[in-house]
Design a protein around this ligand. Sequence first.
Ligand code: SF4
Length: 226
Amino acid sequence: MKKIPVVAGRRGNPLARVFDELVRFCRSRSLFILHYCTGCGAIELPPAMTSRFDMERLGLQPMVSPRQADILLITGYVSIKTLKRVILTYEQMGSPKYVIGICSCTVNGGMYWQSYATAKKLDEYMPVDLYIAGCMPRPEAVITGLRQLMEQIRHGEANRWQDYYRRYDWYLGNQQHLFGDNWQTPTDVIAEAEHYGLIGDQTLGRHTALLQQHQKPLEALEMRLK
Ligand code: SF4
């Protein structure tokens, strides 16, 4: 089956260019947000979503499942245990996908920079498109950040998701450093990179080799009632 190119570059045919621009415009005006409420910054989302700031008027809507979501919002400090779930959530999202780090804690650990239990720089573990700094940023700042991301998507500039495929070995190395050598998720990032034609020089390396060494086949989840 012929693959549909997800990465729309600037094509030579003027009609194709108009079509690409239309697709990007529509994508930027219908974004589903999955908000992972990791820290105190989450408290600014209800006012951003409800009547006063009403982010839905921009075409932004909360979504409950990563599979349909376009934007992952990380709303504050991320503990090491939580980061595992955040990475798993990110990998389950379909591409193209975007990440926004809200709060100073996602930029450099913020007031938890000395904590043994907190991940300091979110973009060492997954690509982040945009940070909204502040402790905590007000809803106006959240809306401004979202609008900036929409503009980046409209102009075809929000392409950080491709970096996860192109430099997967580096991201995985940082994850292994934090979680241990046998860290794995039930997703296949390398197969996805192949699917999107984004295998780069740094997709595979010693960390992906280590992953393949430890990777176990997926087991079906069981629920037993006593
Ligand atoms: S930046 Fe401040 S408000 Fe945001 S998560 Fe960190 S401590 Fe909480």
